[in-house]
Design a protein around this ligand. Structure first.
Ligand code: BMA
Length: 339
């Protein structure tokens, strides 16, 4: 491998060979997509925008389940191969630090990140307006909610998988209460996962048309020898609604508010029926990756059309090279993001 990967290693990454006829970014879809179809669990109409990690030789995931009453909540699931999922019929029961039930009114777009020996789930929820919720677990049996990191409005957050300069780091996108037609990615740091500050601007929506309206964090950043590899979502506003594509950037390893490379082309954009057609058409929304640190094989889990979970593949070497070769930075990308 050309580049090194650090962080969670997945031996049995779901995988299919690269087809020969790729004309854009080196990412190819799983031929049996979607891997999670409609009505996957009793009382759940759709699962999408969900996150997975390697766990005990298999995979564990936290899933955004749109219940049949229309309210999104979070379910846990397990899988031996990362493709066929066994999703619990009971939603995750969150408790407070005293062990009392403490359920969010709604919860969506969960991410799953392991920092040291603790797994964190991060999602968007009601906090007198949409904001970010966090819970921790070590055994996937007890899920303890910790303080909400931000005041409203903020609807998209992704935690780094290790401390940087001794601090926990969280990417987020401050917004307003609805389907905000704006939004940049910021990073905030914390000594204890309770108090968040030293906010810095990381990157903004920009003149690349596919991400010209807003952007937001996607999968957990991957530590590599080139920096933090970040897959994120970028949104274009068309006369017929928003279009969500997957983008890629590499952030400075010690100071992730600095963008080293940012790909001017999307990595994946809605093209297949399950991405173009659904509850919200034209959405590819990445939430997780798993990778083999020795071979560089990577599987990306993404929500498709707010209706399905899709899987696509790349290798770390190919995707980093593509981002570097097609990188175009603007002024705010290169700044440390303090004003
Ligand atoms: C965003 C979030 C995502 C969703 C997307 C497209 O604002 O709500 O959960 O996938 O819109 O509807």
């Amino acid at each position: 491998m050309k580049y090194k990967i650090y962080g969670p290693h997945t031996e049995n990454v779901p995988w299919q060979q690269r087809p020969e006829n790729i004309t854009g970014a080196p990412i190819w879809r799983y031929s049996e997509n979607p891997i999670i179809n409609r009505n996957p669990v009793k009382g759940v109409a759709r699962i999408f925008n969900s996150a997975v990690m390697p766990f005990e030789g298999g995979f564990i995931g936290v899933f955004r389940g749109e219940q049949t009453n229309g309210i999104p909540t979070i379910y846990m699931g397990k899988s031996a191969d990362g493709i066929k999922w066994d999703i619990n019929t009971e939603k995750i029961r969150f408790v407070d630090e005293e062990g009392n039930e403490f359920m969010p009114e709604y919860a969506y777009d969960p991410r799953l990140v392991k920092v040291e020996d603790t797994y964190y789930i991060i999602w968007c929820q009601d906090f007198y307006g949409p904001s970010i919720g966090i819970a921790k677990t070590q055994d996937f049996k007890t899920f303890v909610r910790i303080e909400n990191p931000f005041i409203p409005y903020n609807r998209n957050a992704v935690l780094f998988p290790r401390r940087i300069n001794g601090k926990y780091m969280l990417l987020s996108r401050p917004s307003d209460s609805g389907h905000t037609p704006f939004g940049d990615i910021f990073v905030s740091e914390s000594p204890d996962m309770i108090y968040w500050g030293k906010h810095r601007h990381v990157m903004g929506s920009n003149d690349n048309w596919w991400e010209s309206l807003k952007i937001g964090g996607g999968a957990t950043p991957i530590e590599t020898s080139e920096g933090w590899l970040l897959l994120y979502h970028g949104v274009a506003g068309t006369c017929n609604g928003y279009v969500y594509s997957i983008g890629g950037a590499i952030l400075d390893i010690d100071n992730p508010s600095i963008v080293k490379y940012r790909c001017e082309n999307f990595l994946l954009t809605p093209e297949e029926w399950y991405e173009e057609r659904g509850f919200v058409p034209n959405v590819c929304f990445p939430c997780a990756t798993v990778q083999n640190n020795e071979t560089g094989q990577m599987a990306i889990y993404y929500g498709a059309a707010d209706s399905y979970v899709g899987l696509c593949f790349t290798t770390v070497d190919e995707i980093i090279d593509y981002i570097k070769e097609n990188s175009r930075l603007n002024k705010s990308d290169m700044e440390i993001g303090r004003r």
